[in-house]
Design a protein. Structure first.
Length: 346
């Protein structure tokens, strides 16, 4: 016998009936198709999905404004995950596998709803997974999947696009249209992921003290970065590719001339507020799209992996590259599994 659908209610606040109905109908329609196709037969699994969906809907309906099936975006999902932080262990809200199962459920219901109603697909859940690889790979058959990386032509195309953010050598700066400071920030932050092997979190944590110029081959051009430590990796230093260093030097000039303040190297506002994850992810994705990069798996982490592979191809020891990346040396094996078949990188 099919389990009765759980009521989608939250006692904290009254909810617009239209949104309650829309969420409930979308889930029940998806569930019905799963049962009819034989893909979901165990009532224990049905109960788990119902509990997951109910918790998600209850959160959506108490937001102001209410989050709907169509308005749900990346920032909403980020806030939803943050709101669940600290729940009891049995809730499993903090385990990557539970988060993966929940976000996949949301994505499947959204896609089924779009197909059933002939409306545009809301890809917020898919975008959230792309921005959180630690969750996306949580149930991978291999705990350390092969890294995605740029081909030489893709890397060259991206570098050319990013480098256009600064005046061409030998030209007067005033003769070239100036980009808004936010666009320069966006491009240079992406440049440091490719040219210095940074993670998105590293980019957001950099401060004005991070660029190091002393000891470099070119005067006043940063040649390495001091990356602050966090809960995942210790503080470290990493070299910066010359082309990315030139962009970084240009950004420091633009930053000062635009009156951007605060301690962060790449703030979100002119007043120096720290760049938040959803916004930085969206800006990096837009830069890659504007550069003509495709949207295959890997996101901006492809840039960090390309940096690592390039260093290994140049003969740098895996231990040294691991220090630059801020990871354990044992994790370099994932790159070594790629190198034998790799002809050229960047």
């Amino acid at each position: 016998m099919a389990a009765a659908p759980l009521p989608l209610r939250c006692a904290d606040a009254p909810h617009p009936s239209g949104n309650v109905t829309a969420f409930g109908e979308a889930f029940e329609a998806w569930l019905s198709d799963q049962r009819d196709s034989g893909l979901l037969r165990q009532e224990g699994s049905v109960s788990v999905y119902q509990d997951m969906w109910q918790a998600f809907v209850a959160w959506c309906l108490v937001q102001s404004p209410v989050v709907s099936l169509s308005s749900l975006d990346l920032a909403d999902l980020q806030a939803f995950q943050a709101a669940r932080f600290g729940r009891k262990t049995s809730d499993q809200s903090l385990t990557p596998r539970y988060a993966l199962r929940l976000i996949r459920l949301i994505d499947r219901v959204l896609r089924h709803h779009a197909a059933r109603t002939d409306t545009k697909v809301n890809t917020a859940a898919a975008n959230w997974l792309a921005a959180n690889p630690e969750v996306r790979y949580a149930d991978a058959s291999h705990a350390d999947p092969l890294p995605e990386y740029l081909s030489p032509s893709e890397a060259g195309q991206l570098i050319a696009f990013l480098s256009a953010a600064r005046p061409r050598p030998g030209t007067v700066r005033e003769t070239q249209p100036a980009l808004p400071w936010q666009e320069v920030r966006n491009r240079v932050s992406v440049a440091l992921q490719l040219g210095a092997g940074l993670t998105p979190g590293d980019v957001r944590a950099l401060t004005l003290a991070s660029p190091l110029t002393q000891g470099g081959s070119a005067r006043e051009r940063p040649w390495k970065l001091h990356v602050p430590g966090n809960g995942n990796s210790p503080a470290r230093e990493t070299p910066v590719a010359p082309w990315a260093a030139e962009l970084l030097r240009h950004w420091l000039t633009v930053r000062a001339e635009s009156g951007v303040t605060g301690q962060y190297l790449f703030p979100s506002t002119r007043s120096g507020k720290q760049w938040q994850k959803p916004s930085q992810y969206e800006r990096a994705r837009q830069v890659l799209e504007d550069a003509g990069m495709n949207s295959r798996e890997g996101g901006s982490f492809r840039l960090r992996h390309t940096f690592a592979l390039r260093q290994l191809r140049r003969g740098t020891s895996p231990e040294e590259v691991a220090r630059w990346l801020g990871i354990e040396p044992g994790k370099m094996r994932r790159y070594e599994r790629v190198l034998p078949a790799l002809v050229e990188v960047v």
